[in-house]
Design a protein. Structure first.
Length: 156
């Protein structure tokens, strides 16, 4: 266990902590063939199997095109810009209403640890959302994406 046992005091405590974290991300079958997902904040977005609902992986285009299509179809009252960042490993979508910045959406790899844009948005009082485009089991299903965007816009 090495580092974990140093953090938790023993190999047994480290193993228990690992098991708890692992259990948070496992899915269970409820017997009906439908998987129940564990992460509570994204229960409608996490599954080991691709959901039947539209999502970024069955969209038929890039992840950026998928999010842009949602903004065009579900948030027509806003204009938006798309900016490629971090040498093409991320994308920033910024929503505007009557020239006023309303929301910043960052699409990034789960391996990226950048927090600069989020900090900048917080400092200026602009709502910020982050979606990972490559996190195993997170499908970015349409209802989940739309729901998070609507919720973020309601904070204004």
């Amino acid at each position: 266990m090495g580092l974990l046992s140093k953090l938790f005091g023993s190999d047994e405590a480290a193993q228990n902590a690992l098991e708890k974290v692992k259990a948070m991300f496992e899915t269970n079958d409820n017997g009906s063939g439908t998987e129940i997902s564990a992460p509570q904040d994204s229960a409608d977005n996490y599954s080991k199997r691709m959901p039947n609902e539209p999502n970024q992986f069955n969209f038929g285009g890039t992840y950026t095109e998928y999010f842009e299509s949602i903004l065009r179809e579900d948030f027509r009252q806003f204009t938006f810009t798309t900016e490629t960042v971090r040498e093409g490993t991320g994308t920033v979508l910024t929503l505007f209403e009557n020239g006023r910045k309303m929301l910043v959406i960052e699409l990034m790899s789960e391996r990226c640890s950048s927090r600069k844009l989020r900090s900048n948005c917080q400092a200026e009082g602009t709502p910020y959302l982050r979606f990972y485009y490559d996190h195993l089991g997170w499908w970015n299903v349409r209802s989940y994406v739309v729901g998070r965007i609507r919720s973020a816009l309601q904070t204004l």
